[in-house]
Design a protein around this ligand. Sequence first.
Ligand code: NAP
Length: 318
Amino acid sequence: MKYQTFENGDKMPALGLGTWKSEKGDVYKAVRSAIEIGYRHIDCAPIYGNEQEIGDAINDAIKAREVSREELWITSKLWNNAHGKSQVKPALQATLSDLQLDYLDLYLIHWPVAIKDDLLFPAKAEDLIGLQTIPISETWEGMTKVKKSGLAKHIGVSNFSLKKLKDLVADSGEKPEVNQIEMHPYLQQPEMLAFCKNEGINLTAYSPLGSSDRPNDIKKAKEPSLFENPALNNIALAKNCNVAQVLLAWAVNRGTSVIPKSINPMHQQQNFLSTHYNFNELQQLVLDNLDKNYRFIDGSFWTPEGSPYTMENLWDEK
Ligand SMILES: NC(=O)c1ccc[n+]([C@@H]2O[C@H](COP(=O)([O-])OP(=O)(O)OC[C@H]3O[C@@H](n4cnc5c(N)ncnc54)[C@H](OP(=O)(O)O)[C@@H]3O)[C@@H](O)[C@H]2O)c1
């Protein structure tokens, strides 16, 4: 396994298991089989609605002596309804209680977006709270406190644009250790990669396979397919592997970690073995040329008319 290293020497396995859309009733088996295959990194979030069952699986695996807590890297995320400074610790404690853990290895601000605290999702524009009202700096102060308390060993952000990440680095005494963002050959974000490398911020690539099991209401009409891309299929053929393995190897080879979701043990096994593959110069060039700055998860659900969030100010792109 390859790793990403943190300033204090802690190491996060470069390949982890994603758990969004892993339904209750499936996710227990998915986590147990992943641990059996050798996964030691699990990506969670309270909004996925399955942390209790993941907690059962982790704890049963520990009890069965398949793995120790220290060998596992567990990430979870602060949901948008708890961005107030004093809300961060109780939100983390609720996640720890569901996961039946004493600490997280990594806690992330899930989105740079705030919503009213009695909601899970906004139903209308008024349910969203602008960053002028609850600035990121305030949420970050809460995050640094939970790190100091030991409840989270490392802290970071997710879905932060390069501008928001730079602002946070410039404004705060403690910089985020991770930015978890969508990344795959159609959304390569080379400037983000270069900035994070320079600053010692670890990048995690989410939706590395194109997130095809998303609900239809957050899919666009004609999405490009990674699995059907001829260039990716040709590389897979040449390497005697499959397209998922090409996509995951691409992510790990450029120094990011990657968290494919799968509840299928055969896919989990394929994904776990993907980190061994390397590409020659020509294949690398072909992969580099696939970039189209295309987001599968574009965050448009935060931007109903009248929302303080727009596609422009969410991603800081025109
Ligand atoms: N921070 C954020 O805002 C954010 C946003 C999105 C995602 N994430 C994290 O990133 C994780 C991964 O992203 P994602 O769930 O959106 O999508 P993804 O990992 O890109 O794709 C998941 C889909 O790929 C399938 N799959 C997995 N391995 C495969 C293989 N070897 N061959 C063929 N199909 C395969 C899965 O089906 P099976 O289950 O049947 O294998 C599922 O349908 C999430 O689960 C979550 O933990 C974070």
